[in-house]
Design a protein around this ligand. Structure first.
Ligand code: 2AM
Length: 181
């Protein structure tokens, strides 16, 4: 079985801006700069032939490149925050691309994601912090809510393999798909 997901890699300039934002947040564990990405679909643990079929479908996606803006900060987890993220300005092309990726995965036999697509770049994950730390975190996130990491042209998306290890996840690029429709 192969643990895999489909994501948009972020250019260096955006990742540098996100690293700055990470430093302004009291995050116990920050996502490494090279691991910062925008997930389109988490495929989970899939058998090799299913992943191969998904790859065929992904390679068949036709779409023109589009511009995307990374802006805003937020927390996932409500009263018990578990992750801090940078947001994405509403984008119809991104929604279209995500729907195409989901369709390709479904055709390959991968069960569809039950949760609604909420585009984001995870900056840090953590255990829910105690109340005082949580307030500090919430204040810092509120302070950076209007921050912008910048805009970039999405010209490709990537199929990644994920290896889970004691020091966190390591991602390996399995295939890339240019947007040039
Ligand atoms: P996250 O950043 O919001 O945690 C690789 O793990 C990528 O797939 C991450 O960007 C992660 O999103 C996303 N993902 C979505 N659902 C997941 C799940 N159930 N388990 C692990 N990763 C998931």
């Amino acid at each position: 079985m192969i643990r895999a997901f489909v994501a948009i890699p972020l250019p260096e300039a955006i990742r540098s801006a996100l690293v700055l934002q990470q430093f302004l947040l009291p995050l116990p564990r920050k996502i490494e700069p090279e691991n910062l990405h925008l997930t389109l679909l988490f495929l989970g643990e899939v058998p090799g032939p299913v992943l191969e079929a998904a790859h065929e479908g992904l390679a068949g996606i036709v779409m023109p490149p589009f511009r995307l803006e990374i802006a805003g900060l937020g927390l996932f987890g409500g009263d018990r925050p578990r992750a801090a993220w940078a947001g994405v300005t509403a984008s119809a092309p991104l929604e279209r691309l995500q729907a195409k990726v989901e369709r390709a995965a479904r055709v390959a036999g991968i069960a569809p994601e039950r949760r609604r697509f909420r585009p984001h770049v995870t900056l840090g994950r953590f255990s829910p912090p105690p109340p005082e730390e949580r307030m500090r975190l919430e204040r810092a996130v509120a302070g950076g809510a209007a921050s912008q990491a910048g805009a970039f042209d999405v010209t490709r998306f990537v199929l990644y393999r994920s290896f889970l290890g004691p020091k966190g996840a390591r991602y390996e690029e399995l295939a890339e798909y240019p947007l040039n429709g």
